[in-house]
Design a binder for this molecule. Sequence first.
Ligand code: FAD
Length: 417
Amino acid sequence: CFCQVTGELDDCTCDVETIDSFNNEQIFPRLLPLLESHYFRFYKVNLNKPCPFWTADSHCGLRDCAVKPCSPVIFIYYYDDDYFFLFIIIITSAFVFSEKTREALLDWRKHDDKAERFCVIDDEESPDSQYVDLLLNPERYTGYKGPEAWQIWNSIYEENCFKYDATSHNLVSFTARTFYSWLEGQCVEKRAFYRLISGLHASINVHLSARYLLDDTWFQRKWGHNVSEFRQRFDSDLTAGEGPKRLRNLYFLYLIELRALAKVLPFFSQPSFQLYTGQPEQDQKYKELLLEILNLAKSFPLHFDETSLFAGDEKEAAQLKEDIRLAFLNISRIMDCVGCFKCRVWGKVQTQGLGTALKILFSERQIEALPQSTEQRPGFQLSRQEVVSLLNAFGRSESVAFIIKYLYRPKGDLLCF
Ligand code: FAD
């Protein structure tokens, strides 16, 4: 458990409207084109790793759980998911996982730092690892549910050291009231960790409600937002008051990731940092866009004050950092037990992205000490996988946009926890 540092988490300086308009009007419109670039859309993942904890059933038979791989061929047959047509398309430079992109990824490997990972990085040399095109595989409703999905969520929450009563510890069976009264008695880091995981869980469930399979007939599959699915999960009355708390946790996750983006600006501003997109003329353009987003993140007026969480006695803080790192390593291993491959990809992206955000928040001093010259080797590094997952995890903030745009809005101030 990581309870060594204490402090207040409950002070609230931010209102939902500020976050909503900041995200939906300023950050998100800039983030979208960035995530569509070649650099950010390809994520390397090993989907064949066995579950290290139990024998997992595979849901890869579910049509929407399948992952469409990147293909280096010139012609492919493309079966469109949404319409019952068979297309033959010629892959253009926009689609090709080209030789240039391949070279760019090799360039990046030279820059990768093998030290101090917050998440298990899939073995990049393994023949089982593949690049997944995240744009071809959007996070949405897949039909993955039931005891297996619950077992995954249970195990993830257990990483929060919820071992106070092994027999009654079951997310599904024990009452929320018992749980929250227990949680309130816990240290600030445990509560923060719980809220981050719960925020991630909420973000996934908002996504599947906002991109739901509404119509599945032989000639057409229609995707769109499903307000009743959302209400089942988040409406205060239908969830005995739990739903709004879960949405609050989603905003909490957003603030933590936003803070990390603001703090990591000096790393990306280094002249030596390059985005190898595979298209040299695009590298500078996307680096500028990235810096614009990070500067915006820095300008956010109501940043979450994490000093009570991630500071304190140096020895204790180091132990806390190590404990959280180990918890995240375990959570990333649990992802190999997710039977639905598409859920597994996005689960890995998001846990690795959150792990990277925490690594940044724990590395403030190393980031401040980054050398200005290109000659010295910097003490703080991010690998390509970490950069891609950080920005894509933050890109899940489209759930913040979904809540406002399409879905039910609970009354009251969401951010006072
Ligand atoms: P679940 O969401 O499975 O939750 C189980 C229990 O946890 C609930 O009964 C409740 O008590 C509690 N709970 C629910 N939400 C929260 C919260 N935010 N905070 C705290 N406690 C909570 N499905 C898709 O359709 N598309 C996906 O891309 C997808 N990705 C997934 C990724 C992962 C890593 C996992 C584990 C699951 C994923 N799923 C996905 C499945 C989805 O999250 C749900 O598990 C599924 O829809 C079943 O929902 P449920 O209502 O039974 O409750």
